[in-house]
Design a protein. Sequence first.
Length: 170
Amino acid sequence: MTADPLLDRALVEEATKKSGLIWVQGDDSPARALWHVWYEGAVHLVGDGPGEQPLPGLVDGGTAEVTVRSKDKGGRVVAWTADVRELSAGSEEWEAAVAELKGKRLNAPDAERVTVRWAEQCRVVRLTPREVTTELPSGSLAAVPLPTGATTRQPVPDALPRLLFKRKRR
């Protein structure tokens, strides 16, 4: 990036704030796309609970590699190393982070009590930037997709084209 650490820090903050997803690779785990909130100089994530995103490899006191993509084009903008810290449920810092996360959480099945569920069943993790990677890696970094319970598309039913393209009768 640049020789000025303040400019690097500003790039990390602005790019991360504007990106809806970041790619995070924790200790000994593959990189995953995660939704997040930038708050008080760090990324905050919620996960590892029912209905929430998995956070493998993000252990308290560990490190993570974060890659931020462009919201417009989807390409890498900046990469940085983060210190990982798990926030204690109910602490003042946890409450402030969860208030921000709740506003960004889309389609929560229990929007009224989502913070209670997070306190009981999930982890809230803070990723604080430590150093900005000066050069992004060359190449695509393509990897085999992670295993998932999602199903693939099935063949189109025979009757569907008739239903979709049926002409109105007069």
